[in-house]
Design a protein around this ligand. Structure first.
Ligand SMILES: [Zn+2]
Length: 134
C-alpha cells in the first residue's frame, strides 16, 4: 500500500480484511476496521513510526508494535505505520529490543520509540546500558 493523505475506502477495506485474516490465522485477539487503519495512516504524518523515514509516495506496511506471536493484540493501539525495512528488521523481536537497536544504530527517538521504552520500564533519557544492567 502507498501513503496518501486520503486513502480510498475500498483500498482500506481490502487492506483491513487482509490484516484481519492474517491476524486470525495467528489466533490473535482483535479486529480492525477501516477507520482504525485510516487513523494509523493519518496519525503517522506519512512517516515510519520506528525510523521516521518519510513514506509519502512510497510503499508502507502496518506493523504490530508488540508482535502477535508475543501476545500482541490485533487492535488499533498496537498498530503503527512502518517502512518495509523496519518491519523486516523487527520481525518477531520484542518492541523494546528493536527500539534499542535503532537507537544504538544512531536512530532518532521517535514518539513510538519513547512509548515502547516507557512501556518496557525504560526511558531514552536514562543511560540504557546502566538501566539494563541494574
Ligand atoms: Zn522505518
Amino acid at each position: 500500500m502507498r501513503y496518501q493523505d486520503l486513502p480510498s475506502a475500498a483500498a482500506l477495506a481490502r487492506y483491513a480484511a487482509e490484516l484481519n485474516a492474517r491476524a486470525r490465522s495467528r489466533q490473535a485477539k482483535g479486529q480492525i476496521e477501516i477507520d482504525d487503519l485510516r487513523d494509523v495512516i493519518l496519525s503517522s504524518a506519512g512517516c515510519c513510526g520506528w525510523c521516521a523515514v518519510n513514506l509519502t509516495g512510497a510503499a508502507f506496511e502496518i506493523d504490530h508494535i508488540q508482535a502477535l506471536n508475543r501476545g500482541g493484540n490485533h487492535v488499533r493501539s498496537n498498530l503503527v505505520l512502518s517502512c518495509a525495512s523496519c518491519n523486516r528488521k523487527k520481525g518477531e523481536k520484542a518492541a523494546a529490543v528493536f527500539a534499542l537497536e535503532l537507537l544504538a544504530a544512531g536512530g532518532e527517538t521517535t514518539t513510538l520509540i519513547s512509548r515502547v521504552l516507557r512501556e518496557a520500564g525504560l526511558s531514552p533519557k536514562v543511560p540504557i546500558q546502566t538501566k539494563l544492567l541494574s
